[in-house]
Design a protein around this ligand. Sequence first.
Ligand code: PLP
Length: 222
Amino acid sequence: MSSISNRLSRIKSTLPPGVELVAVSKFHPVEALREAYDAGQRIFGESRVPELLEKIQAMPPDTCWHFIGHLQTNKLKHLVGNVALIESVDSLRLLEMIDDLSERRGVVTRVLMQLHVAAEQTKFGFLPDELVGWFTSRGFESLKATHICGLMGMATNTDDSERVASDFRLIAETRRRILAVAPDLRGFDTLSMGMSDDYPLAVEAGSTLVRVGTAIFGAREY
Ligand SMILES: *Cc1c(COP(=O)(O)O)cnc(C)c1O
């Protein structure tokens, strides 16, 4: 067994039923993805559009792609119809553009709304109150070809596990608040949270999708 498949099976054995694993393969070569694929992994996360497009060409057609990076609107045309989930919708303008393009192409795009709960200013996403407000005013009703499947978020980059856990609880709590103001939402089930260093805390807080890179593929060379 390769070390990638060893690490994959070790991580998967710690995930409770109902929690899916995204193998975050950004900056890693196709050979590494292929090893993970051969070990049974099907969901891969990428954060840059050109790299993703190259890997889509190189990998088997049943590979399932999640886009997890900040998305520039001029690159959107390459994603719609090509990925299973855009996890990183961080503005209403981006959401509207995804929806318009999806309608024109006759596809339904599945997305997560990205929340900003971390202390770092550099991270993208909606503030919890802002997003709850948007759902309260039922902004989602005007969507024609986009399914909002839930929320994605990152915790503060710190060794303070209490802070990390409370960031994750805030994301989970925001999902409950949204369901309280829009109880008719369907399929708003996904909570994408947790990375190599903090996914056990995320799972404890209710994550249904963990995005793990380094712990599977090793350190990235930028
Ligand atoms: C890179 C990245 C990850 C994976 O990070 P690791 O620490 O390598 O597990 C997860 N989520 C997002 C949004 C990322 O950009």
